[in-house]
Design a protein around this ligand. Sequence first.
Ligand code: GFB
Length: 312
Amino acid sequence: MTEFPLTGKRIWVAGHRGMAGAAIARRLASEQCEVLTATRAELDLLSQAQVAAWMGDSKIDAVFLAAATVGGILANSTRPVDFLYQNLVIETNVIHAAWQTGVKKLLFLGSSCIYPRMAEQPMREEALLTGPLEPTNEWYAIAKIAGIKLCQAYRRQYGCDFISAMPTNLYGPGDRYDAAAGHVVAALIMKIHTAKASDSRTVELWGSGRPKREFLFTEDLADACVFVMKNYSGEQFLNVGTGVDMTILELANSIASVIGWKGTFTFNTSKPDGTPRKVMDVGRLGALGWSATTGFEAGLKQAYDWYLANVL
Ligand code: GFB
């Protein structure tokens, strides 16, 4: 039984221009609900007054809070203020105004980087705050942990139905194709496509190529978000992933095969590896009845097609 049907509801996707938010907005098109969005020019999420006024006027039933300052390992480690301050302010403004304006349900999106650097693998939700964080993204992680705690606090003190989901590393349409600031999948699609186009035989990978990561396709993430919005209510946040990981070198080889480039990878060990391994335990969400369905190669192909059609 659906706990929180979306039919007829007014639903705000905060961050609808980002990769995750855009996928959620696409997924909501197949629900009988009204999707609300606001561009940055219409609503500055860093302004508490603007957020309170806009939410006060909009009669919102539910919020997907996908707005965030995001980026890859280098952006995270070189722009600590942006990742800590902006994310804290956005989530505080939206969550507080959601309480003030009587929003019935809110889903906050975090990140798998909330877990300790050396968390036992696969990472269970219980690993939160059991050890030191990975230094390359601790600013982002602290902000996302604060977001989880805000949802739990408003639930405890005011009875708000605010929940949180922690996605693993994402990839897909709408990713930020920026070789310096992007996440690894987008950065490698760009680098390998460029190598193919220029007949280059080598591509540089940052770090050792040995860290292991888990990758979730955006459309699967969006489907999971709609599923938990409808079917889950609780203080405990939920991991969202595939439960399967691979090394960065294996990832690079898969992308090379989808793009059709043959060559060799070099390793720039002056760039950070980050956490040695990050794979989610997705048992909690699985027990509720959701699992990812997009095969990795099929997802990569869609991400590459989107890059060819929209970025080049
Ligand atoms: O996706 P990514 O930037 O961040 O990098 P994290 C993943 C791994 O890929 C690291 C390696 O070990 C990188 O060293 N890598 C190899 C590259 N070549 C490249 C490249 O050209 N670009 C990039 N970006 N990486 C992120 C956090 O950590 O995890 C985010 O920074 C977020 O905030 C996300 O939380 C889930 O996976 O290390």
